[in-house]
Design a protein around this ligand. Structure first.
Ligand code: KG4
Ligand code: ZN
Length: 337
């Protein structure tokens, strides 16, 4: 049995969790900074870093308490190593490295995107592999092929704005608070059926995405005389994003002949996207509950365990700095980690 204390601090959530064998979260504590950043309509990196510093110790203590774990029960310490806001990442990373050093435990650095995908391993049924994973968050929009050995290969990504970033920017144009995804979805749900249709960037022949043109289209629509009601715009925007993401992910899943399509990341909490993916995919669709879609540390613990299970030397040198951990895993294989 492997008991992992995992820490996540890449953006605006300070989170810690105790995860057993990569499948069972004994605790999953999340201290959100959303109220703090709502005042500025977005994240100020320096403010986020300072808040992580305030929250990290109480959050780790709470994660151990809720899991009814003592320091002696832990086998590994894991943390998000990147990508993310550098000043935010170093807080969780250094806390984890400090604990690993003090307790003499191996430290496992985890890629944040890989973490989002691995939230799917915290569900009652283990996802079948190979699978296609659509990771849609505030900072990333990626289509990944997850091989049978768990290794991930990127098939496509956004060329400009991430899907969540587009939600947040359009929400701001509509006068909604940060983070914009949930209030925009609530506003869209109040819209009467309308003929308003916003553009879709298909980028045919590629698994990449683009959302900046859509954002500009909304901006121009709202600035023009006789702009439609905000709810109609919210609905048309949500439909455009959900349609492109679901259609491209479903097509890639058929083409790659995978056994399942996994959704991950904060935007996977969006009900319209979830429904559209389920309607279009011809393979089973696996979607974690919203609390495991947005940033959390249980997903980091699940990903760390998969490094162990894949027999990739998990322990990283304690002097690593924040970076994309995916490359660290391959360093470890060649023995330089
Ligand atoms: O994964 P996440 O918590 O953090 C990042 O790694 O970025 O994702 C946050 C993003 C934000 O852009 C937020 O607006 C979006 O996920 N989001 C949603 C919903 N819930 C969160 N977007 C659309 N619909 C939602 N229900
Ligand atoms: Zn995230």
């Amino acid at each position: 049995m492997a008991t992992i204390l995992a820490i996540e601090s890449s953006c605006d959530e300070t989170a810690a969790a105790v995860v057993v064998d990569g499948r069972r979260a004994l605790s999953n504590v999340i201290a959100s900074q959303q109220a703090l950043h709502a005042a500025t309509g977005g994240i100020v990196p320096e403010v986020a870093a300072r808040q992580h510093l305030r929250a990290i110790v109480p959050v780790v203590r709470q994660a151990l308490a809720e899991a009814e774990c003592s320091w002696d029960d832990l086998d590994y310490i894991a943390a998000t190593a990147g990508p993310g806001l550098p000043g935010a990442l170093v807080v969780g990373l250094n806390a984890a490295r400090g604990i690993a050093f003090a307790r003499g435990l191996p430290f496992i650095p985890v890629d944040h995107i890989e973490g989002h995908v691995c939230a799917n391993w915290l569900l009652p049924d283990e996802p079948p592999l190979p699978a296609l994973a659509l990771v849609v968050s505030g900072g990333h929009t990626e289509l990944l092929l997850v091989a049978e050995d768990g290794r991930m290969r990127r098939l496509g990504a956004t060329r400009d704005d991430a899907a969540g970033e587009a939600f947040d920017k359009v929400a701001r144009l509509l006068g909604l608070p940060y983070p914009g995804g949930p209030p925009l979805a609530r506003l869209a749900a109040t819209a009467a059926p309308s003929r308003l249709r916003l553009p879709r960037a298909w980028l045919r022949g590629s698994d990449d995405f683009s959302f900046s043109g859509l954002k500009t289209a909304v901006q121009q629509l709202l600035a023009a005389p006789g702009a439609p009601p905000a709810a109609d715009v919210a609905l048309a925007f949500e439909e455009s994003v959900a349609d492109v993401l679901a259609t491209k992910a479903a097509r890639a899943a058929s083409r790659e002949g995978v056994a399942a399509l996994l959704l991950a990341g904060g935007v996977a909490a969006n009900a319209r996207l979830r429904a559209r993916v389920r309607a279009l995919a011809d393979v089973p669709v696996v979607i974690p509950p919203p609390i495991l879609c947005t940033d959390n540390a249980a997903m980091i613990g699940a990903a760390a365990y998969r490094h162990l299970a894949a027999a990739v030397s998990p322990a990283a040198p304690l002097d690593i700095t924040s970076t994309r951990a995916r490359s660290l895993a391959s360093l470890a294989v060649t023995g330089t980690g």
